[in-house]
Design a protein around this ligand. Structure first.
Ligand SMILES: [Zn+2]
Length: 395
């Protein structure tokens, strides 16, 4: 659509008056300077073009001259008000279209931002569970004073003595021997003077069979079971396991695990509004400590702690592999034996069978604390090579 409107043009900051023609095509306008009133060709002006939407048009006052301020600041005036109104109206329509386009664009932007927010939320929640909780737990666990560890440790030992552990059958002399060697040989490498290490001897039997196990409480109390002592073939094997447990204490693994469990449970309570979670939390603590169910990362950290100290003390890391393999072997045999018993007593009461199933789970659970035995053996072998070369540091 092209409209040509006659009028007068006045350059910016000048009294010169020229005859001019305004044309508007689509979004652009052009003012053609036809002639200057003075008729002086040397003062001929360039045509002016620009965006029609940037032209300021004053409101119509009857049939008085209409003033249009152009993009360069110059002025175009005309008496042809109707033509100007026509242009304004036709542009209004396209304004509406562009408004719709804008709205659609805004809508699309909104959809994009909603999706973006959704993705951010999912990523945030995932990251919080994956990294936030472990990180918070680690920070909290390491910020807690040692007294907290002692309190939790003593409470846990009381709890375990009541439900899982039985008095030891190991002779006083043997207990004294292990404890004295622990004090003299291992304690100086305990890594932290604030930790009050203490050894405890207990029997731990499940389903009538005594289990080899060793575990540490956050207080520095380390429990050795009768079967573990029985299965060990020399001092180095016992000490290797004790060093591993000291690693768990120094690195505050059980406190981290407790904090992590507590945080997760609290979040579950918050999200589901389920107060049953609180009692679950309480039972979870005890069970987790007894089953010694540490993550692979914790085990690796404790292994590294132990191997590094073993090189300094003069214990071949191979001793750790030896006792670990023997414990696993024994547990597997115990598990198979129990399977045999189960088929023999197949016709016994159903409740008995159910009990056995639970017991079997517990043994498997114990085994699951050594999920990557091959990897651990590989690391031990690496340290053992360093030991053979009489190195005190293994890189
Ligand atoms: Zn461990």
């Amino acid at each position: 659509m092209i409209n040509s409107i006659s009028g007068k043009w006045y350059p910016k900051d000048s009294s010169v008056q020229c005859a001019a023609q305004l044309t508007v095509a689509k979004t652009r306008y052009e003012v053609k300077i036809v002639s200057s009133e003075t008729g002086n060709d040397s003062e001929r002006h360039q045509n002016i073009t620009g965006q029609w939407s940037q032209v300021t048009i004053n409101d119509r006052l009857g049939n008085t001259e209409r003033k249009l301020t152009l993009t360069d600041g110059s002025l175009f005036t005309t008496h042809n008000n109707d033509a100007i109104d026509t242009i304004i109206n036709s542009n209004k329509n396209s304004d509406t279209a562009s408004k719709w386009r804008l709205r659609l664009h805004r809508h699309e932007t909104k959809m994009t931002s909603v999706l973006t927010m959704l993705v951010i939320t999912v990523v945030f929640v995932f990251s919080f569970i994956k990294w936030g909780i472990p990180w918070t737990s680690q920070t909290v666990a390491h910020a807690l004073p040692q007294q907290t560890g002692e309190f939790i440790g003593h409470q846990s030992l009381d709890f375990m003595d009541r439900y899982f552990l039985e008095p030891t059958q190991i002779s006083d002399a043997k207990q004294q021997e292990i404890t004295s060697r622990f004090e003299a040989r291992l304690k100086p490498f305990g890594g932290n003077d604030n930790i009050q290490y203490r050894l405890h001897f207990r029997d731990m039997s499940i389903g009538g069979s005594s289990l080899p196990n060793a575990f540490a409480l956050p207080s520095g109390d380390i429990i050795l079971t009768d079967k573990f002592v029985e299965l060990s073939q020399n001092d180095d094997e016992i000490d290797a396991v004790l060093l591993h447990e000291m690693g768990h204490v120094v690195e505050r693994h059980s406190l981290e695990m407790l904090t992590q469990n507590s945080l997760t449970t609290m979040i579950v309570i918050l999200v589901l509004g389920n107060p049953d979670g609180i009692s679950e939390l309480a039972t979870g603590l005890g069970t987790a400590l007894v089953s010694n169910h540490y993550s692979r990362q914790y085990e690796t950290e404790a292994d590294e702690f132990a191997f590094n100290r073993m090189l300094k003390i003069g214990i071949d890391p191979q001793a750790f592999v030896d006792i670990l393999s023997r414990m696993e072997e024994y547990s597997t045999v115990a598990e198979n034996t129990e399977d045999g018993n189960k088929s023999e007593n197949k016709r016994e009461q159903e409740t008995k069978a159910n009990d056995e199933a639970v017991e079997e789970d517990k043994i498997s659970d114990f085994l699951s604390t050594h999920p990557r035995t091959q990897l651990r053996i590989k690391m031990a072998n690496r340290y053992s090579k360093c030991f053979e070369q009489k190195l005190t540091v293994c890189e």
